[in-house]
Design a protein around this ligand. Structure first.
Ligand code: NDP
Length: 335
């Protein structure tokens, strides 16, 4: 045992509604010694993602449920501090699902070595050059298949995924309309990111505003939210619309089964295609996405934003910002 301490958040209760700090237990343990083939990673950043809420439920999702008592699962970026694995050297920066803790021991499975590029901040590998960028890129391009002149609607548009989706839509020649939860977010989308219009769903009549901003109907819906926003969009889709089912965040904290969508018949009437996807299935093609995203970033056609909270102890409260909408861009914790 070394003298170093590992600070961790363990999941100790199944959350009901939003996360509560009492759903977790703060534990401090000695940092373990590593064995042959293992590495010790000092986590520097933790990614907070809407999907974390689903992982904390009793039922498995696309990954097994986090067991009560286990360190909460979470995406991390860290630095290798010790290595007895020939594939990793001390000082390597790595990403993986190493959880809500300061140190993690790994055998290297599922750990990605990050490139050494001082021009790119480490947090970008949780955003544009990580699962977020890949979600936006493959979701929109592979599933949404945008064509020049089409109208794209994006919900949770000022969040990590949505803000990138809308900008890729503009690069591909679409009319892009974002839906977000504040005036400040809407202004950012239009003034800084070049969206054609943005709808503040907390203040506006979403159906009326969609009618106004999508005069030719909606060809692609990049759906991050579900619920009444999804229904309003469905009512205005065009023939052969594509619905990219990326997320349904409005239902993630629901204690009762979520109803709808009520306008389901529009999928039939408009011969629309609805396709769900999980970004993990695309990570073997991630380089494709990062090449394009990188070149758009360098040429100034794409911007991204990171919303950083400081201190691992903040994680259980900070994560609720994803559900109350306090974040703009990618929410991360600097451990
Ligand atoms: P965001 O950074 O977009 O944060 C979530 C945002 O959702 C909030 O900022 C909030 O913004 C909005 N929101 C929360 N609750 C509601 C609600 N009830 N109604 C309307 N808007 C709401 O998170 P991500 O970019 O990480 O994720 C966006 C979506 O993409 C999520 O649904 C997530 O599950 C999904 N996702 C799916 C992946 C996949 O592989 N399929 C991979 C990554 C993400 P506002 O102020 O606008 O309300």
């Amino acid at each position: 045992m070394t003298a170093r301490q590992n600070r961790q958040w363990r999941l100790t209760a199944r959350p009901v509604g939003l996360f509560k700090e009492s759903d977790f237990k703060w534990t401090v343990e000695p940092v373990p010694e590593i064995g042959d083939g293992q590495l010790l990673v000092h986590n520097l950043y933790l990614s907070l993602d809407p999907t974390n809420r689903g992982w904390a439920n009793e039922a498995d999702t696309y990954l097994p449920a986090v067991k009560l008592g286990d360190v909460m699962r979470g995406g991390t970026i860290g630095v290798v501090e010790e290595s007895r694995n020939p594939d990793f050297a001390v000082g390597d920066h790595v990403s993986g699902l190493l959880g809500w803790q300061e140190y993690a021991v790994s055998n290297g499975a599922g750990i990605t070595k990050l490139p050494h590029n001082p021009a790119i901040p480490l947090t970008a590998y949780m955003g544009l050059f990580g699962h977020i960028g890949a979600t936006a890129y493959f979701g929109l391009l592979d599933i949404g298949r945008p064509k020049e002149g089409e109208t794209l609607v994006v919900s949770a548009a000022a969040g990590a995924v949505g803000s990138i989706v809308g900008q890729i839509g503009k690069i591909k020649g679409c009319r892009v309309v974002g839906i977000a939860g504040s005036e400040q977010k809407c202004r950012w989308l239009v003034d800084d990111l070049g969206f054609d219009a943005a709808i503040d769903y907390k203040k506006e009549d979403v159906s009326a505003s969609l009618k106004q901003h999508c005069p030719n109907g909606i060809d692609i819906d990049f759906e991050n939210v579900g619920g009444r926003i999804f229904d309003a969009v469905l009512a205005q889709i065009n023939l052969r619309a594509r619905i990219v089912l990326c997320g349904l965040i409005s239902g993630y904290n629901a204690a009762e089964p979520v109803p709808g969508p009520y306008n389901f018949a529009m999928i039939l009437i408009k011969r629309a295609r609805v396709e769900g996807f999980i970004v993990m299935d695309y990570m073997n093609r991630a380089e494709e996405a990062f090449r394009d995203l990188g070149s758009w970033l360098m040429s100034g056609r794409l911007k991204y934003r990171v919303d950083e909270v400081v201190g691992l102890e903040q994680a259980p409260t900070a994560i609720n910002g994803l559900f109350t909408g306090s974040n703009i861009g990618k929410l991360v914790v600097k451990i």
